[in-house]
Design a binder for this molecule. Structure first.
Ligand SMILES: Cc1cc2nc3c(=O)[nH]c(=O)nc-3n(C[C@H](O)[C@H](O)[C@H](O)COP(=O)(O)OP(=O)(O)OC[C@H]3O[C@@H](n4cnc5c(N)ncnc54)[C@H](O)[C@@H]3O)c2cc1C
Length: 424
């Protein structure tokens, strides 16, 4: 247990990289060129002053024309990409939202609530509806002065909210000298923020299929994707109309400080729950526990209480959320199944699931589906529990499974093969 026990602890001792909630992703060059980069403007300026000297008489006119055209194109592109009054949220340009509230959750975390300004974003947005129907998704915020963008994960709507009314809520950790998180922390009611998205992630219902167990290892703000998955699988999945058909979700949530263990009292007993500070996040977790009972559980781990997620804790979660069977059922997973093959998953990105929406499961139909163990949090956290993701051709692939889960897979001699590992 010793070495592995250090997994969450090491996060607090590692450098800023591990302390980072999640390293910023590159600005999706494959979909659109970096829309908030100042490059187009710089490129024209640079080419004007530092371009090669013309050798013939006709060259300056040609160069002048191309520079003119480039300037017009770059200006149009920059104006388009850096934000517009277009009312629909989309993944190529930034759309304006108003800050509705900025609520502290702990000394280092806050919940930012924003609302679409007009039109379809103010109510019944089909984009938001599609995103919540998909389940896992994020958006990018931009910092206009610095021209940088970072991803954030919307928290699911509370019971009674419809999720498409244009309001979005984010749990954000304020990083020491973090550009975007500090910028967002300074936002006041009525301020304007710019969003691009939605960016859809894994299709959890397709991956889970007929299986019913989910274990989620979440570090810090990694709780947001865990709550998205719980919301999708427990609240909105039409396959689970009856309580018996609902999957069982166990979240192992690691934080550095006890102050970040939102709603812990709910899982410890009534008395503690009564003394807890109420934030919108704690109401949300309490509500999910009360609505879904044994189908929704959170185990809290806190560095400052010297209580860490180790190999034993992960094994126990895999055992109690389903049975680690003595015989493997992996042979029932078709190697070419887009949804359930480990090999295909290793060379996919989380965003590929959206493109493959219509693809059918090709496994043995009697047992279509695999249990999910998902890992979400800072890069160091994901690496420690599931191994790092892999970059290839400007795509962030899942890569093979190593870390704590890799060790458990090796040691269990096929007994954990029912579990599909998703790095969020
Ligand atoms: C899909 C996705 C969803 C996310 N959802 C959330 C969310 O819901 N809530 C949330 O709080 N965060 C979330 N994040 C993380 C978020 O995008 C930012 O990375 C985070 O808020 C820090 O950004 P920043 O600009 O404040 O910090 P930065 O200015 O980027 O840096 C913060 C600190 O980390 C250090 N640092 C930066 N880059 C590196 C590096 N490469 N190596 C070592 N140190 C480095 C800096 O020196 C600084 O001290 C998500 C990330 C992804 C990819």
């Amino acid at each position: 247990m010793g070495g592995v026990r250090n997994c969450t602890r090491c996060l607090s001792h590692l450098s800023a990289q591990a302390a980072h909630p999640r390293q910023p992703r590159p600005l999706r060059p494959r979909k659109t060129p970096c829309p908030i980069s100042l490059q187009p403007v710089q490129r024209t300026t640079l080419s004007t002053s530092a371009g090669p000297k013309p050798k013939t008489k006709s060259r300056p006119r040609l160069l002048g024309l191309s520079l003119g055209a480039a300037t017009v194109l770059a200006t149009a592109w920059y104006a388009l990409a850096s934000g517009s009054k277009d009312e629909s949220l989309n993944d190529t340009r930034f759309t304006a939202f108003d800050v509705v509230s900025n609520e502290p959750v702990s000394p280092t975390a806050f919940i930012l609530t924003i609302r679409g300004q007009a039109g379809e974003l103010a109510k019944n947005s089909p984009k938001l509806k599609a995103a919540w129907e998909h389940g896992q998704w994020s958006v990018e915020f931009k910092q206009p002065q610095l021209q940088i963008a970072r991803h954030y994960t919307p928290l699911p709507p509370l019971g009674g909210e419809d999720g498409t009314d244009g309001q979005l809520r984010f749990l954000v950790r304020k990083m020491q000298s973090g550009e975007m998180s500090n910028y967002l922390s300074r936002m006041n009611v009525g301020d304007q923020v710019w969003l691009r998205g939605p960016h859809h992630g894994f299709d959890a219902p397709k991956r889970l299929g007929d299986a019913s167990d989910v274990v989620f290892l979440a570090g810090g703000t990694g709780i947001a994707p865990a709550l998205q998955m719980a919301h999708k699988l427990l609240c909105t999945n039409s396959n689970n109309a009856s309580d018996n058909a609902k999957p069982s979700i166990r979240i192992l949530w690691a934080n550095r400080r006890s102050a970040d263990c939102v709603a812990r009292g709910e899982f410890r007993g009534k008395q503690e729950a009564e003394h807890e500070t109420q934030s919108v996040l704690s109401r949300q977790i309490q509500e999910m526990k009360r609505t879904h009972g044994d189908h929704f559980n959170i185990d809290y781990f806190v560095d400052e209480e010297r209580n860490f997620i180790g190999i034993k804790e992960v094994e126990a979660a895999l055992r109690s959320n389903g049975t680690i069977k003595t015989t493997s059922t992996r042979q029932l997973v078709e190697k070419a199944c887009r949804w359930h093959s480990d090999k295909l998953l290793a060379v996919s990105t989380d965003e590929d699931d959206r493109q493959a929406m219509g693809a059918a499961c090709t496994c043995d139909q009697a047992r279509a589906g695999r249990k999910i163990v998902a890992v979400s949090g800072p890069d160091g956290f994901i690496e420690a529990f599931a191994g790092s993701k892999r970059w290839a051709g400007a795509r962030e692939l899942q890569g093979s499974v190593s870390g704590v889960l890799g060790t458990i897979k090796q040691q269990s001699k096929g007994m954990t093969d029912d579990w599909l590992v998703l790095k969020m």
